[in-house]
Design a protein. Sequence first.
Length: 317
Amino acid sequence: MRPVSTTWIKAGGAVAASAALVMPLTATPAGAATAATQLNGSWAPFDRCPVDAPAMLATDGDTDVPLCVTSTSPNGTIKLGNTTATTGSTNLQFGVIQHPAEGTYTVVPPAAGSIISGKTTIPGGLLGIMCPSNVPVVSAVCGQITDATLNKVTATVESAGTPTDFSLVAGISSGPIVKLPVKIRLENPLLGSNCYIGSSSNPVLLRPGNISAPTMAASRFNGDGSANPDEGSLIRIALSGAAQGDSQFSAPKASGCGLGGLLSWAIDLKVGLPAAAGSNNLVLNDAKTYTAGLTAPGVSVPNAGKELAAGWHSAVK
């Protein structure tokens, strides 16, 4: 999960346009540009970019400039309250609309959410995050944990809303790159199917930033994804070799855990939820972030968004 940034040269003047960050969710309806799709060449990392979203298609290349952003991390760590776990792979993708005159950005997420993450196994499982207990209802559940299957707890980070507060400058330097609302799903046969830390109405708000300085590289390419170093109509900026993280987010109480949510408070007690800012930490290792957009969006006025989408679709395998 990670941030990025980039600078495009717009016909008629220099325009900063860029990308940022990372972290996880699900696939979208078949045929939609937001669904994971195999793409050729330089387009390959942008398999969920929402190029067909109305807001992206409406960009003109002058007052609004369209970009695709993706960020991935193979692993990392997350600490919530008293519990620390190793994270699996994460992928964050969204579209960005740059507003050059205002110096602002609007994030356009894929229809199914910006984040896709691998499952993380919680150390100690259910015994570690809830047991032992002298409360009858909890001790009864603890007594049912007789094998590894009943004890194992996995956590998955899911999107809980539209990312906001994207910052181009932070993507290439320091500070929060984007505000990312997420919820963490805890899965175990005894916890039921709706056990979460955070929710769409009360999410965990991550504001990841660069922990170290990334290495930047730029390359131009044709609409179909093939390389064209000198005359490519599109440009891709790559940021790599750095970690990203956030140590200032808070974590709300668990909810929906066990029959009627009766086990939520037991998890809160053992894990230490709610956990205030400063007691939690996220680190995403080896983050790789890519941003793609038109090399000279001013040349494509008023159809920049449509041209970006046409290029994306021409690269579909």
